[in-house]
Design a protein around this ligand. Structure first.
Ligand SMILES: *[C@@H]1O[C@H](CO)[C@@H](O)[C@H](O)[C@H]1NC(C)=O
Length: 475
């Protein structure tokens, strides 16, 4: 037998082998990296929200191009409209409130008499209409329905600066009027270091002076698609978006549909629709082991605000949502006929959603943060436009098909600012928000304010929008 002798390798051979293995490693790394990049790109591609253009007008879409003209619009009123309103208010049938019931059974009937009396005798709708018309309103037709919006340009833009386009979207039971004190703070900031904004405030289709969709299925993604088209029709290639309540979801959807177009997203409401196991565990045990779940003091206070079990509170406060997500047209009909019923239904939310503890007050704390003039102006927008039923239907269209529509699975990649107001209905710790918003550039714990923050604390809101936009503009 000839034994093969192991001969020492020559230096040349060794070098050859090394080169080979280096090449092999390089190719392997290349394949893995390439695959990873391909995977990430593909994944990101799949993670842009898609939507088909809709047609929400009555009947079949007409042949040919849609009329894309922009028409100036003014809110108007008439003596007949006011006489009709007053006659209906006068015919209300007062109900005795339960003794010592405050706002725990809903809007307190005794306090309601004061609101009604003010509405009937002191509230001046004509002068509120003038106030509404202080900003320029327009209408334009998109996907078959008339879209109403305010378009407020700064009176003057300082030299060397350009106005920053910003769309702000309201929710339920609010309206574009929620932004009236905030708008001038953004278009005419008093601080010379501040950015100057050009603001667009649309009414969600089915709300206020935007036409209601005539077809089923109009949800936040449909609204987002329409508002992106609106901004492009106004000539904005890129813009910022801000929202609360439904407006936060609509603007979030805009960022998911067009991450290249939406330069930055600022929301003051960021509920996570799709909770992870970690979130559920932290809801159950986070109060006792905050560190284990990465909660800071703010998070503990925010997620566990009161002694009451969170679930109990959610059940107590979400009845309206169940009705609106199932049979909006039934109860809505009564509200559309009765101004008193409508005001009761809407203003209860302005009490409880501004501060939960207001339920313990005889007057629901309504005028602690708002004037009756402002509250009733918002109610009047629902009354004169007869929009309560379509506004309620929006819940059915969004929640009727389960809590996890496709957009909840798609992350938001545009720079995002989140303003956490302490009395907001749900508090979202940054830890949770990061799961959906992958590029949070500012997360602010605000000093005061609840669900209707733009209306309640316009100054604080303006400051946070400035802070957020400055960060994004510097990048
Ligand atoms: C407001 O103006 C429109 C268009 O001219 C008209 O159709 C409508 O009836 C007016 N509304 C009231 C309340 O007068």
């Amino acid at each position: 037998m000839v034994e093969e002798r192991h001969r020492p390798q020559s230096a040349v051979q060794q070098q050859q082998q090394q080169t080979l293995s280096t090449m092999f490693t390089a190719v392997l790394v290349g394949i893995v990296l390439g695959g990873l990049i391909y995977f990430l790109v593909q994944r990101n591609k799949n993670q842009v929200l898609k939507v088909e253009d809709g047609w929400w007008g009555a009947g079949a879409p007409p042949d040919g191009e849609e009329d894309d003209t922009i028409r100036p619009f003014k809110v108007n009123t008439s003596d007949e409209e006011l006489e009709d309103l007053h006659r209906r208010i006068d015919q209300t049938r007062p109900v005795a409130a339960l003794e010592d019931s405050q706002f725990h059974y809903g809007f307190n009937s005794q306090y309601l008499e004061k609101v009604i009396s003010y509405w009937r005798n002191d509230f001046n709708w004509k002068s509120q209409v003038d106030k509404l018309n202080q900003f320029p309103h327009f209408k334009t037709t998109i996907e078959g329905i008339d879209i109403h919006y305010l378009h407020v340009k700064p009176k003057k833009v300082p030299q060397g600066k350009t106005a920053i386009p910003l769309i702000m979207v309201h929710g339920w039971p609010g309206s574009f009027y929620e932004f009236y004190r905030l708008i001038p703070l953004l278009t005419e900031p008093s601080n010379p270091d501040d950015l100057v904004f050009e603001v667009v405030c649309p009414s969600i289709p089915g709300y206020g002076f935007s036409e209601a969709p005539h077809k089923k299925g109009f949800n936040t993604v449909s609204a987002a698609n329409i508002f992106v088209k609106l901004m492009k029709r106004l000539g904005f290639q890129q813009f910022y978006a801000q929202g609360g309540d439904w407006g936060s979801l609509i603007t979030t959807n805009m960022a998911q549909l067009e991450p290249q177009t939406v330069k930055g997203l600022h929301v003051n409401f960021a509920p996570i629709a799709k909770p992870s196991i970690q979130m559920i565990l932290s809801m159950m045990f986070g109060r006792y082991f905050p560190n284990l779940f990465g909660f800071n003091d703010m998070d503990v206070k925010g997620v566990f605000p009161c002694k009451e079990k969170m679930l109990v509170n959610v059940l107590k406060e979400s009845g309206y949502m169940h009705i609106q997500a199932t049979k909006p047209d039934t109860v809505g009909r009564g509200l559309n006929d009765s101004p008193v019923g409508l005001a009761t239904y809407i203003l209860e939310k302005f009490s409880t959603w501004t501060k939960g503890e207001f339920r313990n007050l005889e007057d629901g704390g309504l005028t602690r943060k708002f004037s009756l003039d402002d509250l009733l102006t918002n109610v009047m927008i629902y009354w004169v436009s007869e929009c309560i039923i379509p506004s309620m239907r929006f819940y059915k269209e969004n929640l009727g098909k389960g809590l996890n529509p496709p957009h909840t699975k798609i992350p938001v990649v545009v720079p995002t600012g989140i303003a956490c107001f302490p009395d907001e209905l749900v508090y979202t710790p940054e830890l949770w928000a990061k799961k959906k918003f992958h590029n949070i550039v500012s997360f602010s714990h605000m000093a005061r304010g609840g669900h209707f923050a733009a209306m309640e604390e316009p100054q604080l809101m303006a400051e946070d929008i400035q802070k957020f936009t400055k960060i994004v503009e510097k990048k």
